[in-house]
Write a protein that binds this ligand. Structure first.
Ligand SMILES: C[S@@+](CC[C@H](N)C(=O)[O-])C[C@H]1O[C@@H](n2cnc3c(N)ncnc32)[C@H](O)[C@@H]1O
Length: 379
C-alpha cells in the first residue's frame, strides 16, 4: 500500500525524482495523467492496464463516466524512470498541476488483492480472512512480506482457504466464538480478472474455466458443452438477465455440434454474432453470459444466501455486517435479507440507500463503478 506524503523538487530539466518507497511499489514503467484538484495520477503500467481493462465491458451508465475516461486517457503519457528514479514531466502536465519547483507526492491504496484486509490490520484489527481461491491466499501472503512482516500470519491475520458459506465451522475451528464485524466483498478479484488462464475474461484467449477454487468440479466449458438449449436459456436469463438468452443458447448448441467450445474467445465470438453491440453501447455482448456462467460455476448466489444468517448469529451485539456487491442479483439478496432482519427486530440498516463509489474512486479503480455497499448493525 502506498501511504504517506513526500516532498520533492522538479529540476531545471523538468525531471521529477520519485520517492524510493513509491518506486519499489510502482516499478520503472509508469503512466502519468491528470487527476483531480490539479493533482496528477501516477500508476504502474500494470495498474494502468487494470484500470483500462476494468473499464471495458462495464456499462457506461452516465455521460460523466465517459467523460472521465476520455479525460484520463486523453491526458496520459507513459514514462520510464532512469537509473536514479527520475522521469521527465511534460509541460502540459506541469501546467495542469501548477508545478514550478516543489512537488508533493501522496500515496493511495492499490487496486484489489487484500486491500480491505490490510486496511483493517493497519487500524489494529485482527482478521480471519476467508477466500476460496488459493491464489488469493498466496497474493496476500506476498503482500504482507512486502510490508516487512509488520503483521504476522496466524496471529494478526488468519488465512483460510474455503467457502465463506462455511463461516460457522471455519470460525469454530480457529478458536473464535463471536465476531465484531463481517465484511463480504463479493465477486471476482482484480487478480482473477487479470489472469487470463482463469477464463473469466472474454478479451483474452483462455480455457473456459471460471472456477474460483480448483476444488470445484464443474467448469464453464462443462456447462457450455453439456447443458440443453432450455437449460442454458434458463441459466443466461436467471443469472445473466440476458434478453437474448434463447438465441444465444441455440447458437452455442449448433456450434458445438461442429466442434466443442472450449475457450473464452470462441464463446465470445459466438455470442457477438447473435447479440450485436448496439450503437452507443459500450458493454461487450458477452458480458451477461459470462456473468451467468461464473455465478453458476461458483454457486455464488447460494453461498451468499447461506452465509448471511450464519454471520448474523456469529456477530456480537452492536457488531456490523457489510456487503459489497457488484450486480443486481447479489444486491437484491442482501437488501431483502437486511429488510427481513430489520422487520424481525434483529437490528438496523445503516445504509438506507447503498453506498456507491465516488467519481474519484471510480477513476482510481473503474471496477468500483458497479459496487454497492450495504451495512447492517445487530442489536
Ligand atoms: C472482490 S474480491 C475481494 C477483494 C479484496 N476484498 C480486496 O480488498 O482486495 C472477491 C474475492 O472473494 C472470493 N470469493 C467469492 N465468493 C467466495 C465464497 N463463496 N467463499 C470464499 N471466497 C469467495 C473470490 O475468490 C475473490 O478472491
Amino acid at each position: 500500500m502506498l501511504l504517506g506524503q513526500f516532498d520533492g523538487k522538479i529540476s531545471e530539466k523538468h525531471q521529477v525524482s520519485l520517492p524510493k518507497k513509491f518506486r519499489e511499489v510502482l516499478g520503472g514503467k509508469l503512466i502519468v495523467t491528470k487527476g483531480f484538484e490539479h493533482c496528477l495520477i501516477v500508476v504502474s503500467e500494470k495498474n494502468w492496464k487494470t484500470l483500462l481493462e476494468g473499464t471495458e465491458g462495464r456499462p457506461f451508465t452516465s455521460k460523466s463516466t465517459r467523460e472521465l475516461q476520455r479525460f484520463l486517457l486523453g491526458n496520459a503519457v507513459d514514462v520510464e524512470l532512469d537509473t536514479k528514479g527520475r522521469f521527465v514531466l511534460p509541460e502540459f502536465l506541469r501546467a495542469f498541476a501548477k508545478i514550478k519547483n516543489d512537488v508533493l507526492f501522496a500515496g493511495i491504496s492499490p487496486l484489489g488483492g487484500g486491500g480491505h484486509t490490510l486496511e483493517i490490520l493497519e487500524r489494529g484489527g485482527k482478521v480471519l480472512a476467508i477466500d476460496q481461491d488459493p491464489e488469493a491466499m498466496e497474493h496476500i501472503k506476498n503482500k504482507l512480506k512486502a510490508k516487512s512482516a509488520k503483521y504476522t500470519v496466524g496471529k494478526d491475520l488468519i488465512l483460510v482457504q474455503g467457502n465463506f458459506s462455511e463461516i460457522d465451522s471455519i470460525i469454530n475451528e480457529h478458536g473464535f466464538e463471536k465476531i465484531s464485524g463481517a465484511l463480504f466483498d463479493l465477486g471476482l478479484s482484480s487478480h482473477q480478472l487479470e489472469t487470463p488462464e482463469r477464463g473469466f475474461s472474454f478479451g483474452k484467449e483462455a480455457p473456459l474455466d471460471m472456477r474460483m477454487s480448483p476444488g470445484l468440479g464443474v467448469t464453464a466449458a462443462d456447462l457450455i458443452n453439456g447443458l440443453t438449449v432450455n437449460e442454458m436459456t434458463e441459466l443466461f436469463r436467471q443469472f445473466g438477465e440476458e434478453s437474448f438468452a434463447g438465441p444465444i443458447a441455440k447458437a452455442i448448441v449448433s456450434k458445438r455440434h461442429i466442434e466443442p467450445i472450449l475457450t473464452t474467445v470462441q464463446l465470445a465470438q459466438i455470442i457477438a454474432r447473435v447479440r450485436h453491440q448496439k450503437r452507443g453501447e459500450h458493454t461487450h455482448p458477452a458480458t451477461r453470459v459470462f456473468q451467468a456462467l461464473r455465478i453458476a460455476v461458483n454457486d455464488e448466489l447460494n453461498s451468499l444466501k447461506e452465509v448471511l444468517p450464519k454471520a448474523l448469529t456469529l456477530l456480537e451485539a452492536g457488531g456490523r455486517i457489510a456487503v459489497i456487491s457488484f450486480h443486481s442479483l447479489e444486491d437484491r439478496i442482501v437488501k431483502q435479507q437486511f429488510l427481513a432482519w430489520k422487520d424481525g427486530g434483529k437490528g438496523m440498516i445503516l445504509t438506507k440507500k447503498p453506498i456507491v463509489a465516488t467519481e474519484e474512486e471510480i477513476a482510481r479503480n473503474p471496477r468500483s463503478r458497479s459496487a454497492k455497499l450495504r451495512i447492517f448493525e445487530k442489536l
